[in-house]
Design a protein around this ligand. Structure first.
Ligand code: SF4
Ligand code: SF4
Length: 165
């Protein structure tokens, strides 16, 4: 019940921040992801919230690369990246997390990094006289996963194995 109230309040906030949008489409025209994957359209995500007062949790919202281009160019100053981030959070409550994001969470949890530097990168750094990359404290990262509930969520996502559209 508390969760539902929080979710309704979040949707109300999203709707309020999307209100100034007049559907000019500049966000979609500026979006590098939309250019290569037109099934992800930031303008339609905003339109949905304004028209229905709900967020369409489709899984496509995870395609946003958070580059901020849409926000930068929106004539109405709509905080689109924040809206999309909120939609991702809501979709994660529903367990709608794409497999690649689950994989990435796992990698962070067990290595403390999003990805490992290749031996080529290490070699290049040495050639350039750069210091070795710092080693993350994996124990601390794992503790953060435990304390924030991310570890439990990961287990639930793995069990649900939701495949977003
Ligand atoms: S650029 Fe701004 S006003 Fe135009 S459609 Fe996108 S969010 Fe709406
Ligand atoms: S922040 Fe997301 S929606 Fe906005 S332009 Fe970048 S990829 Fe597209």
């Amino acid at each position: 019940m508390v969760e539902q109230t929080k979710e309704a309040e979040k949707i109300r906030q999203i709707q309020e921040s999307a209100q100034p949008c007049f559907q000019c489409g500049i966000c979609a025209a500026s979006c590098p992801v939309f250019r290569v994957a037109p099934e992800f359209n930031p303008r339609l995500a905003v339109d949905e919230v304004i028209r229905t007062g709900t967020v369409a949790v489709t899984g496509r919202e995870w395609s946003c690369a958070y580059c901020l281009m849409c926000e930068e160019r929106c004539p109405m100053g709509v905080a689109l990246c924040e809206i999309l981030m909120d939609i991702k959070n809501l979709s994660s409550h529903d367990g709608k997390v794409p497999p690649n994001i689950i994989e990435m969470m796992d990698v962070i949890r067990f290595t403390g990094k999003v990805s490992q530097a290749s031996s080529r990168t290490d070699k290049k750094r040495k050639e350039l006289g750069l210091p070795d990359l710092p080693k993350p404290n994996v124990e601390e990262v794992q503790k953060i996963f435990e304390l924030t509930g991310a570890a439990d969520r990961l287990t639930r996502y793995r069990e649900a194995e939701v495949d977003p559209e």
